[in-house]
Design a protein. Structure first.
Length: 266
C-alpha cells in the first residue's frame, strides 16, 4: 500500500495501428505514505475500504484480453488507488458525486464515513497526480488519432453485487455487465459490438447502476473521431467479494473483451 517505487500510471503499448485504448483507472490499491498520512482510517479500516472501492483484477482482465486480440490494444493503467485521486472525476466538477465526498479527491468512504477531513487541501494531490494522469491520457488518445485516424477508449471497471451506501443510483438494475454510454462519444455500432461480445457473460444492461464514459477534456464533446464506452462488470461473476481472489469467470470475460476489441478495430 505504501511503496513509492510504483509509477502512478503506465501506458502499455499495443499494435502501432490499433485505435483501441483499454483504460483501467480503479484497479490498484497502492497509496503513497504521504497520502496515507492524510487519512483518518486505521490500517484495518483502510484495507476494508480498499476491498470495497477497488475494481479488483480489472488490470488483470485487460492484460489477459490484449494477447487474445488479433490487433493488440493499448492499455492505460492507473497504478495508484483511486483513494489518492480519482482520475475520472474533474477537479472543479459540480456534479453529484461531490455530494457524497467523492470528487477528484475523496473525503468520504463507500459507507459515507470520513476518509479525510473536509479541510484537506486537494490542490497538491491534483497537481502531483491528477493533472499528469490527465495529460498522459490526452497524449495517448492523440497518439491513436495520429496513428490510426481514430481512437476508441474502452473503460474497464467493476462494481459490487449489492449497492454500497455511496451509490446515488443503486436502486436500478445490476446486470452481469453494465455498459456506460455517452450521447456524443458512444456510436450505435460500438454499443452493438459490446452487447454482442458480452452476451456470452449473461445479460448486458445500459447505464445502470453506473453511466457515462471517460474522454479527456481536450476531445470531449468536440471530436467525433474519439469514441468511448464504459464496461462495468459485476464482481460476483469473476471474483470473491469484497476484495477476494479472482475466479474462473475472468477467462470468459477476457475472451469477450478481446472479441469487442477485434470488432471495433475492424
Amino acid at each position: 500500500m505504501t511503496t513509492s517505487a510504483v509509477p502512478s500510471f503506465e501506458l502499455l503499448p499495443g499494435a502501432d495501428d490499433s485505435p483501441v485504448i483499454l483504460h483501467v483507472p480503479h484497479s490498484a490499491r497502492e497509496i503513497p505514505n504521504h497520502v496515507r498520512s492524510q487519512m483518518v482510517l486505521d490500517d484495518a479500516a483502510l484495507e476494508r475500504e480498499l476491498d470495497h472501492i477497488t475494481d479488483a483484477h480489472t488490470a488483470e482482465l485487460a492484460e489477459a484480453a490484449a494477447p487474445l486480440s488479433r490487433v493488440a490494444p493499448w492499455r492505460f493503467v492507473n497504478r495508484f488507488s483511486r483513494l489518492v485521486v480519482d482520475p475520472e472525476r474533474f477537479p472543479d466538477e459540480r456534479e453529484e458525486m461531490l455530494a457524497v465526498g467523492m470528487g477528484a479527491v475523496y473525503t468520504r468512504t463507500t459507507h459515507r464515513e470520513v476518509l479525510r477531513g473536509d479541510d484537506t487541501d486537494p490542490a497538491p494531490l491534483i497537481e502531483r497526480y491528477f493533472r499528469p494522469y490527465a495529460q498522459a491520457m490526452t497524449d495517448a488518445v492523440a497518439g491513436r488519432l495520429a496513428a490510426a485516424g481514430r481512437a476508441v477508449i474502452v473503460d474497464v471497471h467493476s462494481y459490487p453485487t449489492a449497492p454500497l451506501p455511496y451509490e446515488l443510483h443503486g436502486e436500478g438494475p445490476r446486470p452481469p455487465v453494465c455498459l456506460g454510454t455517452d450521447s456524443f462519444h458512444t456510436p450505435p455500432k460500438l454499443l452493438a459490438a459490446a452487447r454482442e461480445a458480452f452476451a456470452v457473460c449473461g445479460e448486458t444492461g445500459l447505464d445502470s447502476p453506473f453511466s457515462g464514459t471517460y474522454v479527456p477534456l481536450d476531445f470531449y464533446g468536440r471530436d467525433p473521431r474519439v469514441s468511448a464506452l464504459m464496461v462495468e462488470i459485476r464482481r460476483d461473476t469473476y471474483m470473491r467479494e469484497p476484495g477476494g481472489p479472482v475466479g474462473p469467470g475472468l477467462d470468459r470475460l477476457a475472451s469477450a473483451l478481446a472479441v469487442l476489441v477485434d470488432a471495433v478495430t475492424g
